[in-house]
Design a protein around this ligand. Structure first.
Ligand SMILES: [Fe+2]
Ligand SMILES: [Fe+2]
Length: 185
């Protein structure tokens, strides 16, 4: 499929706001790839497709998990916000036939992060925080940090996410803790 065909598919699958977000994350991922020597095509495509199942009904996520043998942990089962990263990576690999592990894992871990992130993983994770459409309290800090150091930005973003979850009384996915611990050592 061409980039235009992916965009047409996204426009059908996502609400207008989420579609715009996807275009903005793709642009930001491309910018970060240029700045930090990442693979521009892969980062752009991962950015474009990262939220492809974000607006999918619950059943579509569960069907993908069933079809491809994914068993949710208790933290995952209770946090539907995490599902689209898992189902999105399955959709991109199995429905779109994109077999590039760099793109697939970047999408798979774009919500939780993980220990041992690749450059593409980091670029997508951070582009999701700093894309042009984003608006949250610390977005200016994040945008400044991401232009100085990917790892400093990653540490800040992980801390921000963990503190936010704790304040809301929500569980922390082990992948997020492992990512945070690794970056603090
Ligand atoms: Fe997402
Ligand atoms: Fe996103």
């Amino acid at each position: 499929m061409t980039i235009d065909e992916y965009k047409q598919l996204l426009a059908k699958r996502l609400n207008p706001q989420r579609y715009k977000h996807s275009l903005c994350v793709a642009d930001e991922a491309l910018r970060l790839a240029e700045k930090y020597g990442g693979d521009k095509d892969k980062c752009y495509l991962a950015g474009l497709l990262h939220d492809i199942t974000k607006n999918a009904p619950k059943d579509e996520h569960l069907q993908l998990f069933r079809d491809f043998g994914i068993i949710l942990s208790s933290v995952e089962a209770n946090a539907q916000k995490l599902w689209h990263a898992m189902s999105g990576s399955l959709y991109v690999r199995h429905k779109l036939g994109i077999n590039d592990d760099e793109i697939i894992t970047a999408i798979r871990y774009h919500t939780t992060a993980r220990a041992g992130m690749t450059l593409t993983d980091k670029i997508l994770y951070l582009a999701d925080f700093t894309s042009a459409d984003r608006d949250y309290d610390d977005v200016d800090v994040m945008r400044r940090l991401v232009d100085i150091s990917m790892d400093e930005a990653l540490k800040y973003a992980l801390s921000y996410s963990i503190v936010d979850l704790v304040n809301k009384g929500k569980p922390i996915h082990p992948d997020t803790l492992e990512a945070y611990n690794e970056i603090c050592l």
